[in-house]
Design a binder for this molecule. Sequence first.
Ligand SMILES: Nc1ncnc2c1ncn2[C@@H]1O[C@H](COP(=O)(O)OP(=O)(O)OP(=O)(O)O)[C@@H](O)[C@H]1O
Ligand SMILES: [Mg+2]
Length: 232
Amino acid sequence: MLTLTNVNSSYGVVPMLRDVSLEVNPGEVVSLLGPNGAGKSTTFKVICGLLAADSGEVRITDHDVARLGPERLSARGVGFVPEGRRLFPSLSVRENLKLGYDASGCKTPFDTRLAAMFELFPRIQERLSQPAGTMSGGEQAMVALARALIGAPELVIMDEPSLGLSPKLISEYFEIVKRVRAEGTTVLLIEQNAETALSISDRGYLLVRGQIVASGTSAELLADDTVRQLYL
Ligand SMILES: Nc1ncnc2c1ncn2[C@@H]1O[C@H](COP(=O)(O)OP(=O)(O)OP(=O)(O)O)[C@@H](O)[C@H]1O
Ligand SMILES: [Mg+2]
C-alpha cells in the first residue's frame, strides 16, 4: 500500500532523513513514532509529495509519489490529516468537508458520504454551518479527520492527530481510528504518544534524528529498550 525505500531528504544542505525505509500493508495500522524534531513531519511531507526526496523512492498504491504530487494522490485514494489540522478557518465545517470530498474524486454522492461521517462523528452534524476556526480544538481534530475520510480513501496518513487533545478525547479519537480500520482503511499514524498509538497499531517504527532505529510489532516495540528510554 505504502513503501518508502532508502529515502534521504534534506532542508538545503542540512540532511534530515537518512535511508528511511518503511512499509504499510493493506489493512494494517502502522505507527511512526519519534521525539520532537525526529523528522516525522518531514517524512509526512515526503510521502505526500510536498517535499522532494534527494534519493530513494516513495510508492503509494503502486504509484511513484514524486511523479504525482498531493492533489493527484488524494484522487488516488489517499487521505491526509496534516499536523495542526490545517482547516480553512473562515469556511464552514461543511465547506471544509466538501473540499476534502472534491479533492478525492470519490464517485459516491457527497450527501451519502456526509451521512457516513455523521455516523462516525455525531457532533459534526449540528455544527455544519459553523466556521471551522470557531470550533474547539477537539472538534477541529474531528473535522480534520472527517475531511480526510469523506472521500472514502484506501489509505489515511495522520501527522500527530492527538496533539493538544485531552486524554478522554484521545481515546475517543483512537476509537474512531479503530472503526475506520475495521471498515478496511489502511492507516499510517504518526505520533509522539507511543503507548496509545501502539495500542491500536499492528506494528510500528521508531524514528530518531532522521533514522529508523527500531521497528517491530507493537508488543516488540513496547518491550524495546530504546522505546522505553524515550517514552515509558
Ligand atoms: N522548512 C524547513 N527548513 C529547515 N529545517 C526544517 C524545515 N522544516 C523542518 N526542519 C527541521 O527538520 C527537523 C525535523 O522536523 P520535523 O518537523 O520533521 O520533526 P517532527 O518529528 O515532526 O517533530 P514534532 O514532533 O515536533 O512535530 C527539525 O530540526 C526542524 O527544525
Ligand atoms: Mg511533526
